[in-house]
Design a protein around this ligand. Sequence first.
Ligand SMILES: [Fe+2]
Length: 168
Amino acid sequence: MDKNDQINKFVEFSKEIIKTEGINEETLSKISKELSKLSNIEDLFRFGNHRGRGANAAESYVLYEDADPHGPVLQLAKFDGPTAIHNHGSWGALCGYIREQYYTQWIVEETDDTKVTQTLDTIIKPGDYVYWPDVPNDIHKQIPVEDDAWVIIYMGRNAFDTERIVYD
Ligand SMILES: [Fe+2]
């Protein structure tokens, strides 16, 4: 399959499964598994539009941006230092691409939205993936294990222009 088709097929699959089955543990897991397959594409950079620095990323390429301004976005991003504890304003999935990254995730405790609970603390190697549920539980932090790490990020909703919440 053409690599560009592979990227578009992934997005189509993800949009369809969310539309028919909703955002849940099972659909997010299936989407992440498909996302992980894209990490086998060696020259993924070639398929993206250079976007440069993002809210947290040091460098990024947009691999897919939906025609719907609230539609999904797929990007390849480099992190060269620890991010703040932040959210994305959307559910999403992340997969390792080049080198390793520490990843920590939190959810808001239902009883008190000022208190968060850590739910995941792991190292993401190329091909490994994680996913986070929708707002307000899309809170995480990323730190490259070495100098930098590249990851593929799929966001269910375009939140480029949404202000990120940064937590202490
Ligand atoms: Fe993030």
